[in-house]
Design a binder for this molecule. Sequence first.
Ligand code: 13P
Length: 249
Amino acid sequence: MRKQIVAGNWKMNTLLKDGMELAKAVEKMEKDKHSEAIVIIAPPFTHLSKIKELIESVKLGAQNCSSEPSGAFTGEVSPGMLRSAGVEYVIIGHSERRSYFSEGNEVLNKKVKLALSTGLKPIYCCGEVLGERESGQLYDVVRSQLEIGLKDLTLSDMADVVIAYEPVWAIGTGKVATPDQAQEMHSFIRGLLGGMFNAEVARNTSILYGGSCKPSNAAELFAGKDVDGGLIGGASLKADDFIAIVNAI
Ligand code: 13P
C-alpha cells in the first residue's frame, strides 16, 4: 500500500536558531501523536545536520541537490553530502527551481537518478502555470515533466520516488486548487505512471498535492482518492498549522 506523507518545504526561511526551534516543536507534536503518515521537514541546507540531531519521528529532507556527484561546482551540494548529513528525502524540480534557476526536465532527470543511486528518496515536483491550465495544455506539460524527469528509472527505483503535484498558480498565492482539480490531475498522473512503468508502480507511488494547503482546506484536498498527502510551503513554518495539516490526513 502506498504511504501517506506530509512534507514541509521551508524554502529560504528561518535562521538557524528559529529553524531548530521549529523542528523541535514539530518533532514534539509528532512524537506525542504518532501519526500514520510519514512527516518530513525540508529546512535550508545550513540547518540540516543540526536539525538531524533534534528529530527522530520526523524525517529529514533537503530542498534541492546537485546533478553532479562531486568536483568543481562552486555553491552546489551533492546528494552524497546530503546523505552524510542524515538526509533521507530530497525535493527535486520544485517550480521555483524550474522558473528562477532555469532547471529543465533533463537536468532534473539527472538529479533524480543521482539522488536515487546515492540512497536519497526524491520528491519530484510537477505542475502547470496558469496560462498552461487556461489554454488546456496542463496535461501535456505534466506529462512531459514526468516522462523526461523520470526517464530510465527502474521499477525498483520507483519504490523510492514520491511525486508532488504543485499547480504553480496555487503556490504562495492563497489560490488553492479545488479538491476536484487536484484529484483529476492526481488520477491523470497515476494513469501516466501505469503506462510508463506498470500498474503496481501506479498503485504504490505516493502523489502529494502542494499549493496554498492550510489547516482549513487540507482535509478536503486529502479526501481525493489519489491524493496521498501534501507538500506544504507557508503553513509548514508554524508548527501548529503544520501538525494540523498532518492531522487532516
Ligand atoms: P505554499 O504552501 O506556500 O503555497 O507553497 C507550496 C509549495 O511550494 C511547497 O513546495
